[in-house]
Ligand binder design. Structure first.
Ligand code: FMN
Length: 207
């Protein structure tokens, strides 16, 4: 199992091909799906990070760049950031790699609840309004509603993947979005929507 490299000069991190060997049926994962807010500080392996990102919004049809989650008009306007102890990275789904945007540990900035600084991976979902506009045909008044729904599809993919893989997760809206957006260097047309913590549940954690 590969560990996540901590070299601050590493600009891109190739992710291993996701090994998708869940032992649960989809129905069993649906039965287990729940939110967890108490995490062990244990790191995820690179393989686990790879599989979580692929399940959430990876490419599942390379011929057409189709993704594991649907998006309105196939705009694919959601950017997924992976905030790890080793830095903040943007997920490049087509190359299945992470592209560094910041060095240092920004996990504590991904939400206002204490556990976010403990969870080994915090995903941040960013809506890129230029992608929505470029998709054409969408009434700008509907952008917010559609993008929110698109984020929700990714979130649920990751809930179900985690349930099947024995990982813990919770989606979060309690975020200082301005501070987090600044820390990630977002552009004016990019907005933080939600975050999602992923890791290992502290034993006896019930929620
Ligand atoms: C859009 C959205 C935002 C949420 N924001 C938070 C949050 O900021 N913090 C948190 O602890 N849980 C958050 N949750 C998780 C819900 O509290 C949780 O899903 C709900 O209590 C039901 O619990 P369950 O997921 O275990 O079924 C959010 C869920 C959704 C769908």
């Amino acid at each position: 199992m590969a560990t996540i490299p901590s070299d601050p000069l590493m600009d891109t991190m190739q992710l291993p091909t996701p090994r998708l060997q869940g032992t649960l049926t989809l129905e069993a994962a649906l039965k287990k799906r729940h939110s967890t807010r108490e995490y062990l500080p244990d790191a995820l392996t690179l393989e686990q990070v790879s599989a979580v990102l692929w399940a959430g919004f990876g490419v599942n049809r390379p011929g057409s760049w189709g993704r594991t989650a649907p998006t309105a008009w196939d705009a694919q306007e959601i950017l997924v950031y992976a905030i790890l102890p080793q830095g903040a990275w943007c997920y490049d789904a087509r190359e299945h790699r992470l592209v560094r945007v910041r060095t240092g540990d920004l996990r504590g900035l991904t939400g206002t609840q204490d556990f976010v600084a403990v969870a080994p991976l915090n995903l941040v979902y960013v809506i890129d309004q230029q992608h929505l506009a470029a998709a054409g045909g969408i009434d700008p008044e509907e952008h917010g509603m559609l993008a929110g729904a698109d984020v929700g599809c990714i979130v649920e993919n990751i809930y179900l993947y985690c349930a099947g893989a024995g990982l813990a997760t919770v989606v979060r809206g309690q975020i200082d979005r301005r501070a987090l957006g600044e820390a990630l260097g977002l552009k004016p047309h990019q907005r933080v929507a939600l975050a999602q913590s992923v890791g290992f549940a502290r034993p006896a954690a019930t929620h």
